[in-house]
Design a protein around this ligand. Structure first.
Ligand code: LLP
Length: 429
């Protein structure tokens, strides 16, 4: 019998995995699998822990939840009630934010390669835009001169859990480089924009506060130059998201206290030294708020041994959780119905998609697995559903939220009929 070390909101009750007080085997029975399960309480706890740590060192802090991590309207609603603001990247995310009651002054738009009609939509709705190129800025100013504008800076710092998630440095498509940044603010000022912010986002899945200290220092130096050379003040300085969560067993937690005492204090001291006043400090976490507030339940239907490998075949694949296939990401997997069985076999956990790369885990040490076992894939609350697809014509899975100790459906499972939505039949067969 093994006793596994589980983190909140996971619990071992007599060998069965409970999530936020609810039995995962009961959830699978009631709602079928694949099934995403989210915990309202964990999202709230994550938000409050982060907010308290930041505000402890600097009063003027705002958390902009990066909606792309999980755009379920209920998740947006939970964070809205906590006092969160929202960072969006598409007309769709802006639409969802407005539908959930975020007023335009609580929404930022940080897109890339943005179309003119999209810029018009955001300008008409009075949403603050972080422009990602001089081209975007000039096109925006022709459409309408906003009251406030912010420029996304590429601070030339490289960070992120995978090359796809590095969003700064010389190879990145994002942001403007220092000299261009100065010009951009000068252009905006000439066009009579009156209020300003400045933005960066260096990457995702960062566990070391140190890298933020370096990047923030760089950003503040650029802000100082803009302040001096262009003669403008900043209402906000946005240092982006990217705070990591532990995925691998050996990963540490993101050290919030260290982040706050090093990075937030640095921000406070330097803005003062540089005469930048008391701008709001914006952060844009996605994963930190929702990753460990969600699990993916999937049922084993097949076990198979080939000359080289042992496969566990499950009903969730890269259509449901693409991170392992796309970035080689590690997600912990537990046998939810037999938590205390000892690890003894090395398996590849494979989904139902007809591609060899459809693996949720490779060479994973697990207990011996039987058909009908229920697996829980952890840290699936961020970039799980939001990156899912209907590939291989598989309808997307159900999402359930645990609220006040009870499960409630927050998104119905798609049906076969949903596969033909928007298709147009031309001619007879
Ligand atoms: N702000 C901006 C401008 C961003 O581009 C992103 C993420 C975030 C905030 C939030 O990053 P987070 O705190 O969640 O790391 N699909 C990848 C992550 C891509 C994130 C892209 N931008 C993954 O599953 O790891």
């Amino acid at each position: 019998m093994v006793k596994r070390k589980l983190r909140d909101p996971l619990e071992d009750r007599k060998g069965t995995l409970y999530f936020d007080g609810v039995s995962t085997t009961e959830l699978a029975k009631t709602y079928d699998t694949p099934l995403y399960v989210l915990s309202e309480k964990r999202i709230q706890d994550n938000y409050n822990r982060l907010y308290s740590a930041l505000v402890n060192n600097y009063k003027y802090v705002r958390i902009y939840y990066a909606a792309k991590a999980n755009t379920n309207l209920n998740v947006l609603g939970i964070l809205h009630s906590q006092g969160a603001y929202l960072d969006t990247v598409s007309p769709g995310e802006v639409f969802l934010a407005l539908s959930r009651g975020f007023t335009p002054d609580r929404i930022l738009f940080t897109g890339t390669n943005v179309r003119n009609d999209e810029l018009k939509m955001f300008a008409d709705a009075n949403i603050t835009i972080n422009v990602d190129s001089q081209s975007e800025l000039e096109r925006l100013l022709k459409i309408s001169v906003p009251q406030i504008i912010s420029v996304r800076v590429n601070p030339d710092i490289i960070a992120g859990h995978h090359s796809h998630c590095v969003t700064a440095g010389p190879e990145s498509k994002f942001g403007l480089w220092e000299e261009e940044v100065i010009q951009a603010y000068a252009i905006a000022q000439r066009a009579r924009v009156e209020r300003f912010g400045i933005h960066m986002h260096i990457g995702s899945g960062i566990l070391e506060p140190e890298i933020y200290a370096i990047a923030v220092e760089k950003l503040l130096n650029i802000a100082k130059r803009v302040h001096k050379e262009v003669g403008i003040d900043f209402e906000f300085i946005d240092i982006g998201g990217g705070f990591g969560v532990p995925y691998q067993p050996e990963d540490r937690d993101f050290d919030l206290q260290e982040f706050s005492s090093r990075v937030v204090s640095l921000f406070k001291n330097k803005t003062k030294d540089y005469g930048l006043g008391k701008p709001f400090l914006f952060v844009e976490p996605g994963r930190y708020l929702v990753a460990d507030a969600g699990i993916l339940l999937t049922t084993v239907n097949t076990t198979k041994t080939t000359p080289n490998r042992k496969f566990v075949g499950v009903d969730a694949g890269f259509n449901t959780l693409i991170r392992p296939a796309m970035y080689g990401s590690y997600h912990p997997i537990l046998v939810a119905n037999r938590l205390n069985a000892a690890d003894s076999e090395t398996y590849d956990v494979a989904g139902p998609i007809c591609e060899s790369g459809d693996l949720l885990a490779k060479d994973r040490l697990l207990p011996e697995i039987a058909e009908g076992d229920l697996l829980a894939v952890l840290n699936a609350g961020a970039y799980g559903y939001s990156m899912s697809s209907q590939y291989n014509s598989r309808p997307r899975a159900t999402e359930v939220l645990i609220r006040g100790g009870k499960p409630v459906i927050i998104r119905e499972r798609e049906q076969l009929k949903d596969l033909v939505t928007n298709q147009k039949l031309q001619g007879e067969v």
